[in-house]
Ligand binder design. Structure first.
Ligand code: FAD
Length: 327
């Protein structure tokens, strides 16, 4: 068994516990590091997305942690720090943009970087991985505009009791810390990073959709009602066929967007990913019906996670704003 198979097995085993406790697993993060998943090559996004998708089929929260972690490393790579940060061992990072009073309106940020004392001061929220992160990429404003600061610590982490992606360390974070690396034009860089991370985030939605569809189809073939297999009812058959077409379309989009990401393709991919995963998790839960509502069941967890795709990495409305720049 290779390291990636080991990671998949362990990820599946711990998924429910992470969701129940809303706790990240350090063991899984270390296994991910062994699989070279903590510093993915921004030039090989295709391969990264394929792996993320497989992880999402077992453990959605770990998949989100791996994608959120990639953002700081993508930022470093895109701005010329090819060799990575802090030697060979890759540490878990988080990417802190959102603030209590500004999410979509990123330019309205209040966190500041003081060039005099080289310190970042402010509060970020909804930051994935912050529970265990050792590298903090923080967007801040400064006299000359905006910067992306890389800090090795933060002032305070308060884990949030979220309903989705529990166990991916989503937290509010306060900063009053020295920045070790300061990259100019922070907002522009953050936007560029999002062009790369949106296909990866969409790959999580793809993994969840594929898995839910597989579970629903298998269940429909076994479950009987009114003397028939429920998969023989045309209402269910058409509904599942519709989902299958959507999942296939999303797969093509993730492949295309991750091959050569740009703002338009990545926004389209994320918008469609959000619609697809919502529809497929809803359909799967409807097929499994009452039994699918039990805690500890993949589809129930996926149903809660699905909503987050309309919000995280930019809302669906923001995706439409980006797409509408084309006309
Ligand atoms: C699972 C998950 C993980 C996340 N991880 C991170 C992370 O690691 N780091 C991080 O920084 N953030 C993270 N976030 C936060 C996420 O990026 C923000 O929630 C998102 O950008 C939206 O910001 P907001 O919640 O402040 O909503 P707002 O920006 O306040 O938006 C509220 C509503 O207004 C709409 N709206 C706003 N502006 C417009 C407009 N111009 N036109 C039309 N509608 C508009 C929005 O679409 C939304 O419906 C995460 C969120 C989730 C759900």
């Amino acid at each position: 068994m290779d390291e990636f198979e080991k990671l998949l097995l362990k990820a599946e085993k711990l998924a429910n516990e992470m969701d129940e406790k809303n706790e990240m697993s350090l063991e899984l993060i270390k296994l991910a590091e062994k699989c070279d998943l903590l510093n993915p090559d921004v030039k090989n996004l295709n391969d990264f997305c394929e792996k993320v998708k497989e992880i999402a089929k077992r453990n959605q929260s770990l998949a989100l942690s791996i994608v959120a972690n990639s953002m700081a490393y993508f930022a470093l790579q895109l701005s010329g720090y090819q060799t990575g940060y802090q030697g060979n061992e890759k540490k878990l990072s988080c990417f802190a943009l959102t603030e209590p009073r500004s999410g979509s309106d990123i330019k309205n940020l209040k966190t500041t970087f003081s060039e005099k004392v080289e310190k970042v001061i402010g509060t970020k929220t909804l930051v994935t991985n912050a529970e265990l992160a050792e590298i903090f990429a923080v967007l801040a404003k400064c006299e000359s505009g905006s910067v992306l600061c890389i800090c090795s610590d933060c002032h305070e982490v308060r884990k949030l009791n979220v309903s989705c992606f529990r166990g991916s360390g989503i937290s509010a974070v306060k900063f009053d810390n020295k920045a070790e690396i300061v990259i100019k034009d922070g907002i522009k860089l953050a936007m560029e990073v999002l062009n790369y991370s949106r296909p990866a985030f969409s790959a999580i939605a793809l993994g969840i959709s594929e898995k839910c569809l597989e579970i629903a189809i298998n269940y429909a073939k076994r479950r009987k009602a009114f003397g028939k297999r429920i998969s023989d009812f045309q209402a269910l058959k058409f509904s599942l066929a519709d989902c299958m077409a959507d999942v296939y379309s999303l797969k093509c989009l993730v492949e295309k967007a991750s091959y050569k990401p740009d703002a338009f393709k990545s926004a389209v991919c994320k918008l469609v990913a959000a619609k697809t995963v919502k529809k497929v998790t809803d359909t799967a839960l409807q097929v499994i019906a009452g039994h699918g509502l039990m805690r500890g069941c993949y589809v129930e967890r996926a149903y809660r996670d699905a909503k987050a795709f309309e919000i995280g990495e930019g809302t669906s409305e923001v995706m439409k704003l980006i797409i509408s720049r084309e006309f």
